[in-house]
Design a protein around this ligand. Sequence first.
Ligand code: NAD
Ligand code: TYD
Length: 349
Amino acid sequence: MKICVTGGAGFIGSEFVRLILGTHPDDSVVVLDKLTYAGNLENLSSVRDDARFEFVHGDIADVALVDGIAGRVDAIVNFAAESHVDRSLEAPGAFIQTDVYGTFVLMEAARHHGHTRFLHVSTDEVYGQVRTGSSVEGDRFEPRSPYSASKAAAELLIQSYVVSYGFPALVTRGSNTYGPYQFPEKIIPLFITNALDGRELPVYGDGTAVRDYMYVTDHARGIDVVLRQGEPGQAYNLGFGGEVSGNEVANRIVELTGCSAGLIKRVADRAGHDMRYSLDSSRAKALGWAPQYDFAAGMEKTVAWYRENRAWWEPLKADDFWQFYERNYREAPGQAPAAAPADLAPVRP
Ligand code: NAD
Ligand code: TYD
């Protein structure tokens, strides 16, 4: 199979490319990537010289470019997206353009060339926060951030193509993913790299929001299984099945890096913070997929990788990174020492 992997220079996409080229000797890969702040050719350095690998620098919303690539591959696997919730709160436009319109452009090209498989990488965030129980694939979408709304909008468009045109789309809804090569803005790589530099670990709100963290190789393998064995027209949840709070992430990183627990800092909560995601992944497991790394094992590998690969992440934490950081993080209400009003000043004897 010749596969176009969009967003293949990003975190999960690059792991998927390594997996395909490493385990499917008859497959070849064309990566289409715009190289936004989150895209990095270094992520693909281990496959650069493989004759079955090709890189195209471009935008999934570029109709002519995408149609040309679709004409010479068998399938598209769409990882390309703006992917960070906090950035979507500040500037949603790019999320609509890439995550929604870009997906439409890819589907039109796949349809034009009669592809028999199209895999769209989506997220558990389309279900919105789930207070109790675990989401199954038929649950309704209740996205609450511009990021999750963009991903849900793309999925609705995909569903309409399945119904209207018999479009052979497969969708994966993965949970929060972590591991090597993740841009240091999501909680785990941000906290690890900050800890290694002796900087603060900014926990939103009271730190009780939980996520179902999944190690990146497990996520990539799940996508590969669904691509080959999934039923077109269906969606598949991919989650580890655990629940880890922001406080637990911070504490684990303190333990593994040996930094001071005093670096943990509560900051103002994220607007519309989803307090819990939880996936029932039985449908994907019935295809033979199972995650292999629990949080303890995955975090040990991840911290070791960031420790050993400072040359990869240090240049990413440049001026524009810190400018976003400054705009994004605010003191927790009540944390800043308030000046005592004059009439409430303690009366001294
Ligand atoms: P990432 O931000 O690390 O990488 C995104 C990649 O897409 C980058 O290489 C970027 O350059 C590229 N890109 C962005 N806009 C593009 C465009 N218009 N045209 C071409 N390329 C473009 O993202 P990630 O964390 O690897 O996530 C990959 C996919 O998985 C996304 O669709 C995301 O919604 C989904 N997902 C991520 C997680 C997670 O925890 N990271 C969990 C579930 C689902
Ligand atoms: P994040 O890694 O941004 O993933 P998502 O919001 O897409 O699930 O956030 C994961 C959890 O960590 C979420 O509950 C918000 C919290 N968080 C912090 O407490 N501090 C941070 O600096 C970040 C980025 C996230």
